[in-house]
Design a protein around this ligand. Structure first.
Ligand SMILES: Cc1ncc(C[n+]2csc(CCOP(=O)(O)OP(=O)(O)O)c2C)c(N)n1
Length: 580
């Protein structure tokens, strides 16, 4: 339900549409927009200049970085992150952030400057048809691609863009802005802030869910997905407590349930704790709350067999299109996740449940998985445990894609988002290069909070130039610290791991030539240090926490170090043995 709270819209004093657009963004509560400038939307840039005391345009070094920053802001605030790019190459560069917002169910709006209306369809300079490029659908990059048709209809398009981004399963929208339209005068009104329509679960299915719970012996909850708020996370926790339910978090939604809570059982994602995987297979009732049952959360559709799992399956999701996409669940509920959690909280639990020992052993397995195997000389498990110990509780952690992220996901406990909002910025899309821009966006949004990025050596250099953006806008210069840990094993290690499994000993295309990362960071105005041993890490990290300004720490690892559980050598030997 959503109720109108404004009075009738009043026409504004005429101004060019580029200015009206920025006014509309301010009315939606936008405080940061990210982009790379282009001649196709000069009138909007002028609007940002006009309203510079109310909204900041953060000029990035590449549209991929800008789109990732907007996506990260969308994740952190639950409101659409805003990105502006120019036509053609600007738009195609931004695609990676759009795709991440789609896969991660993050509200975001990408504004693209378009050629002038009288040049359309000629393949004019940098012209693209964005409806074709970003083709909306349920398996794409955007929920909706709109092209603003007249300056006077701008409010309608903006409102629809915000509604669409926030509604149901949140996601990205593309709004295309013809160049000539942006300089056209308009008295179009500024519409009020858009709030998403929320759907409650119906009483009947809730009664069914309760009956399934009462009949269960080994229930398990997987929570995650977009659209959670603090109240919803709190309600989820009380639901779990009332019923003593073990809870796991979906892939890269590790902050949905408090990892320090005694009912937390671990993350259901890449590199899942084998004991947790076994537990999921053994469960007789799986309740998926808000999370997509995607490849990474289902262990490649094996933990839950597609399309009809052995476990009784309840799937609750905000998007109708997500229900029944792969799994024929026993019960499907379409509802806004936070509202649904409040409804679940009110289900009366019996005084005793049959699965207390099951829930306790799930928590024990999680704790045991955090005891690191000892490896030398630079032990990433010890590094992550030290990070968790030294940073403030409200620290935001970011990463991109690569095996290195396994140490962060396994050893750092994320606090539930009811405490400090989202604290995990990580791409379920598996997009390399996400972590650095996401960290910068977080540091700009929360100058008083510490932000720790963990990046691979391959991952880091995909967007490492955004260190300049951080320096330019003073990210990490407030009370909060901005720290990037670059895990350098001299290889695209994840791919090397797959090569050793499939083609043992035949290294092709995965070796990396790396710069001196510390020197590179210093050139961007960051503090920097290099760490080769476990013992060196803590002093280096403490110095970063005390530094005035952002710091990069270059962690030099042996190439053989592959995952939190094994080495390249062991993978290769196993593959060769299998072939022999
Ligand atoms: C944008 C993008 N390009 C390529 C890939 C495929 N890919 C996944 S992980 C990976 C290697 C990551 O290397 P690095 O950052 O050094 O981390 P490591 O795996 O060595 O820990 C690659 C190339 C991807 N996920 N995203």
């Amino acid at each position: 339900m959503s109720r109108r709270t404004d009075t009738a819209s009043v026409p504004a004093a005429p101004r060019i549409a580029g200015h009206a657009l920025v006014e509309a963004l301010v009315a939606q509560g936008v405080d940061n927009a990210f982009g790379v400038p282009g001649e196709s939307y000069l009138a909007v840039l002028d609007g940002f200049h006009e309203h510079r005391d109310r909204v900041r345009f953060v000029a990035c070094r590449q549209e991929g970085g800008a789109a990732f920053m907007a996506e990260a802001q969308g994740k952190l605030t639950g409101r659409p992150g805003i990105c502006f790019v120019t036509r053609g190459p600007g738009a195609t560069n931004a695609a990676i952030g759009l795709h991440t917002a789609f896969q991660d169910s993050t509200p975001m709006i990408l504004f693209v400057g378009q050629v002038a209306s009288d040049q359309r369809d000629r393949e004019a300079f940098q012209e693209l048809d964005y409806r074709q490029v970003f083709g909306p659908g349920t398996l794409g990059m955007a929920k909706w691609v709109g092209e603003v048709q007249s300056a006077d209809r701008l409010p309608e398009y903006i409102a629809r863009a915000f509604h669409t981004a926030l509604q149901g399963r949140p996601g990205p929208v593309v709004l295309v802005l013809p160049e000539d339209l942006l300089t056209t005068p308009t008295a179009a009104p500024v519409l009020p802030r858009v709030e998403p329509v929320q759907a409650w679960p119906a009483p009947g299915p809730l009664r069914d869910l309760r009956a399934m719970l009462v009949a269960a012996q080994r229930p398990f909850v997987i929570a995650g997905g977009g659209g959670w708020d603090a109240e919803g996370a709190r309600a989820l926790q009380r639901f779990a407590e009332n019923w003593q339910l073990p809870v796991g978090c979906g892939f890269r939604f590790q902050d949905t349930f408090d990892n320090c809570h005694p009912l937390y059982a671990g993350d259901v994602g890449i590199g899942i704790n084998p004991k947790l995987a076994a537990r999921l297979r053994e469960a007789d009732l799986v309740i998926a709350l808000g999370v997509r049952l995607g490849e990474m959360t289902t262990g490649g559709y094996t933990l839950l067999e597609a399309p009809r799992p052995r476990q009784t399956l309840v799937h609750l999701h905000a998007g109708a299109e997500e229900l029944g996409r792969v799994y024929a669940a026993d019960l499907m509920l379409q509802a806004s996740v936070s509202h649904a959690a409040k409804a679940l909280e009110s289900l009366t639990a019996p005084p005793q449940v049959a699965w207390s020992a099951w829930a306790q052993s799930a928590a024990d397995d999680f704790a045991a998985n955090r005891v690191p195997p000892s490896v030398a000389p630079l032990d990433m498990a010890q590094v992550m445990l030290a990070v968790e110990r030294l940073v403030p509780e409200n620290t935001v952690f970011t990463n991109g894609a690569g095996n290195y992220s396994g140490w962060l996901h396994r050893y750092v406990r994320y606090r539930g988002l009811q405490h400090h909002g989202r604290t995990q910025l990580a791409p379920t899309s598996g997009a390399m290069g996400y972590g650095v821009p996401a960290a910068i966006a977080a540091a700009l949004l929360y100058p008083d909070r510490t932000v720790v990025n963990v990046a691979g050596d391959g991952d880091f250099l995909m967007t490492g130039q955004e260190l300049a953006t951080a320096s330019g806008y003073g990210a990490g210069r407030g009370a909060g610290k901005l720290i990037s840990l670059v895990v350098d094993n001299g290889t695209y290690g994840t791919i090397r791991m797959h090569q050793e499994r499939e083609f043992p000993g035949r290294v092709s295309g995965s070796d990396l030539f790396n710069p001196d990362f510390a020197a590179l960071a210093r050139a961007y105005g960051w503090h920097a240090s290099r760490v080769d041993t476990t013992a060196q890490f803590e002093p280096a990290f403490a110095a970063a926490l005390a530094a005035d300004g952002p710091t990069l720490i270059h962690l030099k690892l042996d190439t053989d170090v592959s995952t939190t559980r094994t080495t390249l050598g062991a993978i290769r030997e196993a593959a060769l043995r299998k072939r022999a």
